[in-house]
Design a protein around this ligand. Sequence first.
Ligand code: SF4
Length: 560
Amino acid sequence: MAVKKFTSLLHHLNNAEDGRRWLYVPYDQVSDKIGPLAREEPEKLGIILVENPWKAARRPYHKQKLGLILANLRHFALEQARRGVAVRHVVTNGPYHLALETLSRELGQITMMEAAERELRIDLEGLTTGGAIKVIPHEGWLTKAADMEAAKSKDGSYRMDSFYRAVRQRTGILMEAGKPEGGKYSFDSENRQAWTGQPEAPAIPTFEIDEITEEVGDLINKHFAHHPGTLDLSKIPATAKDALTLWQWARENCLTYFGPFEDAMSSRSNSLFHTRISAALNICRLLPAQVVTDTLELDIPLACKEGFIRQIIGWREFVHKIHRATDGFRQQTNETAEEPGDANYKAWAKKSWHQQVDLKKNKQNVEPDGGALCSFLGSRNDLPQAYWGQQSGLNCLDTVIKTVWDEGYSHHITRLMVLSNIANLLDISPRQLTDWFWLAYTDAYDWVVEPNVMAMGTYGVGGLMTTKPYISGAAYINKMSDYCRGCRYDPAKNCPITRLYWAFLERHNDKLSGNQRLAMPLNSLKKRSLKDKSIDKAVFEKTLQILNDGQILPVDIVSQ
Ligand code: SF4
C-alpha cells in the first residue's frame, strides 16, 4: 500500500519509544479526550494504530466509509505524534489479533478501551482473556449497562422511552426539580412537519483536502476501486479540527429547525436539518458528552433541543446497550451467518464479493462470524438490485438510494420509512438489509445497524425493542416528502407501495393480529374486498420478480 507522504511525515514527527505504556486505539476510538490519552502525559504513552485491508475486504464497504476511517486514523496518528505520543502505525492483512499478538510480545501488555464493535471484541478475545491486552471501560459512552434495567419490561422486551426517562432522571439533563423541562420527556408529537422549502436547508459543509487525505484518496482509488460508492474527499471531516467545524456548522445551521422537520424527507436536500455528525460521533471524533453540553447551551426551541438530545442520550446509547445485552441478538436465535454478508452484491455486480477479494485467511484463527440471522416474520427474500443503484421506477427508493451511493449517508427517516419500509413490504431478509446498511453508510457498525435495522427497521426480533413493524403505504411518504411529485406513480391511485402495504398485512396477519398498535390497519384489512386482496398479492409477486431481475417496474403494474 502506498503510504509515502503519511509515512514520511509520521517518521519525521514521531517520538522515541523507550519506557512507554502502550495503548491500542481501534479505528473507531480516534480521540484524545477520553481514556489514558486524555489524562496521562503524552511523553509516557505510545499508541498502536492498525490499518487493515482484511477488514476493508470483509464487506463491499462504500469507498466514502473507507476514506473516512483511513483519513481519520492517519490524521490521528499525526496529531498524537505532534503531542509527544509515540505512534506505532501498523499495516496488517488479517484478523487484528494476529498483529496485536506480535506487538504485545515486543511491547508488553497493551491497554485498550473496550471495543464498541462486537466484531472486534470477538477478534481480540483470545488476547483480552489471556492478558496480552488489558481492557478498560470505553469512556465515550454516557450510559452504563445498569441503565438498561430501567428499559427492561416484565415480558423481557426493552423500551427506549423508559431507558431515556431513566437516563434523564439520573443525569439531570433537561430536568428541573426532578421534573422534565417543559412538562414532558418527549416533544416528538410536535416534530412531525413536512418541509416545503422554507426555511432553506443548509448547504453541506466541505473540508480542506490536505496531502494526507489526498493520499488516502489515491490509495482507495488504487486498491479499493472495486468497492461501491462515490469517494468525495471534500466531504470527509478527516481531522479533529474538521470534526469541530462540522459540529459548529450543525449548531449554527441545523439544530434550530431540527425538531419540526426531523421526520421530513426531500429530494432537494439529503439531510435537511439533520446534523450529519453520526459518522464523526461513531469514531469518537466528536463525543456525546460534548455534543450534549453544547446543545444544552444553545438558545433554540425546547422541542428541537429535546428531540436532538433524545437521539444522543436516548436512542444512540440504547442501541449500543441492547446490542451488548443481547450479544448482537444471538440470544434471540440459534442461527448465525458463517461469513460476513455482502447484501446480495453478486446479483448486481454479477460476481461474488468473496471471489474477488484477496482475504488472507488464517484457518487456525477463528474469525468473527457474519452475525445473527433473525427474522420474526420469516422474511427470506434477497435484496433487490435497486438497493445497489439499479433504477426501480419508485422515485422515493431511487432518490434515497442515489444519495446513499453518492455520500454514504441519508438521514434516519429515509432509512426507516423508505429503505426499511420497502424492504419489509418485499419480505427481504433482515440480515441482508442489515448488511447493506452496514457496508453502505459511513456511520454504520455492528452495534449501530443490528439494533437499528434488524431489530427496529425490519422487526426482525419481533417486539423485543419496538412495538410494531415500521411499514407504510404511499400516503405517509407523500405526506412527509416531495418524492411523489416527481414520480411516475400517483400516491393516491396507482402507487405499488400501497398495494405492497396491504399485501404485507395480509401475509403476516397471523403473526401481527394481536398487536394493538396495528389494530386499525388490520381492521381495515378485514374490510378489503377479495378482488383488492388478489390485486395486492399479484402486485407483490410481480414487484418482487421484476426488481429481482433488475428491471424497472411498469407504470401500470397495479392495473396489469
Ligand atoms: Fe414512492 Fe409511490 Fe410516492 Fe412514487 S408515488 S414516490 S413510489 S410512494
